[in-house]
Design a protein around this ligand. Structure first.
Ligand SMILES: Cc1ncc(COP(=O)(O)O)c(C=O)c1O
Length: 415
C-alpha cells in the first residue's frame, strides 16, 4: 500500500498520544487539599506561607536572593519596570519575536516598547540592534530566552553596563536554564517567570520575579500588594495594585517544583538526541544551543525549516501536517510588526500617540523575525521530549515522511 500523509487520510507516524501536560500526582492533590483545609486561601497578607516557601525554594534553585510571586508572567515585567521607576516617556527595548506580553509590560507601565530584530542563529534579541536603538530615553532592555535558547547575555550585559541600563530577563520559557553556570533570570536586574497552564513550572496561573536586590524586592512586594509598605518602619506606601496570587495556586507550585528537575533533565537528554538526529533531515535545524548554556531546559523546542526542503510550503502547512502525524507543534509567535495591538490608532497610550511614528508597524522592518514567523518557525511540544527515544524517533520520521510528499504538501497549501 502506498504511503499517504495522515492529513490526507494516511496512517499517522505516531498514533499513540505523547505524554500530556500538566503532570499531576498524589503530592499535588495532597498539598492543595492541605492548603484548602488551612482556610487561608487568599494571597493576603502577602506573602502567604505556601507563597513564601515556593519563592525561597525557587529563588535558591535558580540562584537568586529574592522571589516575588504574583498572578502571571506579564505583570511580573510591568512590576519590575515600575519598581525601577520606569514609566512615562521612557523607552524599553524588546525583541521583535516574542509573545506580545513582553511589549505589553512596558506599555502597562506607561513606557514605550522599542522593538528590535532578533539574530538569525538563535532568534534571540540581536545585541547589535539593541545598541543601535539606544536613545537618551532608553532605560531598560528585555531579553527573552525563547525555547531552548539563551540570548547572548555577555553581549547584552556589556551593552547595559556601557549605557547604564537595566536588563530584565523574560524567562517564561526558561526555568532551570543556566548561562555559564548562572541561572537565567539572575543575570539582569530582574528575571521574570510565568506559571501559566502550558509552561513547564505551572500552577495554571502565576508568575515569579527574581532579583538579588533587596530594596527592589520590597518595592515589588509592595506594588503587587496594593502598595502596602514593606519596609521595616512600615512607611513608604507605593502606588500599587492587587496582583497577589492565591495560596491554592502557590501550594501547587511547591509540589510542581519538587518534580521539576527530573522533568527538565528528561527533556534535555531527549533534546540532545533529537539534535543529533536532526542532521538526517535536510533543511531543518534546531535553534542554536550556545556552548555557554550550561544547563538545558525548554518549554517548547524550536526548529527552523527551509520551505524548499518541504515542497516550497511554509511552516503553517508543515505544522498542520505534523500535527496530523501525531507530532504536536505550533507555528510560534508572530513578528511584533504584525501585531495589530501596536497600531497607533488602537493604542490609547498617550506615550504611543506622542511616539506614533515609532509605534507604526507599517514603518517597521524586522527581516529575521518576519521570515521566521511567516515561513520557518516550528515550536515542538515538550511532551515529544518525555517519550524516550521512540518519541524523538517518531518526530524525526514525521519530518522525513513530509519531505517524501512535496506534492501533497503543495496541494494542502493551495486548499
Ligand atoms: C515569552 C513570554 N513572555 C511572557 C509570557 C506571559 O506569561 P503569562 O501568560 O503568565 O502572563 C509568556 C506566556 O504566556 C511568554 O511566552
Amino acid at each position: 500500500m502506498s504511503e499517504k500523509l495522515a492529513i490526507a487520510g494516511g496512517t499517522a507516524v505516531r498514533p499513540q498520544e505523547y505524554p500530556t501536560w500538566p503532570v499531576c500526582d498524589a503530592d499535588d492533590e495532597a498539598i492543595v487539599l492541605e492548603a484548602l483545609r488551612s482556610g487561608r486561601w487568599g494571597g493576603y497578607p502577602e506573602p502567604g506561607p505556601y507563597n513564601a516557601r515556593f519563592c525561597a525554594d525557587f529563588a535558591k534553585f535558580q540562584g537568586s536572593k529574592h522571589g516575588i510571586l504574583m498572578v502571571n508572567g506579564t505583570v511580573t515585567m510591568e512590576v519590575a519596570l515600575k519598581a525601577l521607576g520606569i514609566g512615562w516617556g521612557d523607552e524599553v527595548i524588546v525583541p521583535a519575536l516574542t509573545f506580545a506580553a513582553t511589549a505589553y509590560a512596558p506599555m502597562a507601565a506607561g513606557a514605550l516598547p522599542v522593538v528590535v530584530d532578533v539574530e538569525p542563529r538563535s532568534w534571540g534579541i540581536d545585541a547589535e540592534a539593541v545598541e543601535a536603538a539606544i536613545t537618551p530615553r532608553t532605560r531598560a532592555i528585555i531579553a527573552v530566552h525563547t525555547g531552548q535558547i539563551v540570548c547572548d547575555m555577555d553581549a547584552i550585559m556589556a551593552i547595559a553596563k556601557r549605557h547604564d541600563l537595566h536588563v530584565i530577563e523574560d524567562c517564561a520559557h526558561s526555568p532551570g536554564k543556566m548561562w555559564r553556570g548562572q541561572g537565567v533570570g539572575c543575570i539582569g536586574t530582574f528575571g521574570s517567570f510565568s506559571h501559566q497552564s502550558s509552561k513547564i513550572l505551572t500552577a495554571g496561573e502565576g508568575g515569579t520575579l527574581l532579583t538579588d536586590n533587596e530594596a527592589l524586592a520590597r518595592k515589588a512586594h509592595s506594588i503587587i500588594d496594593c502598595g502596602r509598605p514593606k519596609d521595616d518602619a512600615g512607611v513608604d506606601y507605593n502606588f500599587g495594585c492587587n496582583y497577589r496570587l492565591g495560596e491554592l495556586h502557590a501550594a501547587l507550585l511547591n509540589s510542581q517544583l519538587a518534580k521539576f528537575i527530573a522533568q527538565m533533565d528528561e527533556r534535555a537528554v531527549n533534546a540532545r538526541y533529537f539534535m543529533q538526529r536532526l542532521k538526517e533531515v535536510p533543511g531543518l535545524r534546531g535553534m542554536h544551543i550556545d556552548e555557554r548554556i550550561t544547563r538545558l531546559s525548554f518549554y517548547r523546542f524550536i526548529v527552523a525549516m527551509e520551505p524548499e526542503a518541504f515542497g516550497g510550503v511554509n511552516n503553517d502547512v508543515v505544522c498542520d501536517a505534523l500535527d496530523a502525524e501525531g507530532v504536536g507543534c505550533w507555528v510560534g509567535y508572530d513578528a511584533m510588526s504584525k501585531y495589530p495591538l501596536f497600531q497607533p490608532h488602537l493604542s490609547r497610550l498617550p506615550v504611543a500617540v506622542h511616539y506614533a511614528e515609532q509605534l507604526d508597524p507599517r514603518k517597521w522592518s524586522f527581516p529575521v523575525a518576519e521570515r521566521a514567523a511567516q515561513q520557518q518557525q516550528i515550536y515542538l511540544d515538550e511532551g515529544i521530549f518525555r517519550a524516550g527515544k521512540d518519541g524523538v524517533d517518531a518526530a524525526i520520521e514525521a519530518f522525513l515522511k513530509l519531505q517524501r510528499h512535496p506534492d501533497a504538501l503543495r496541494k494542502l497549501a493551495n486548499q
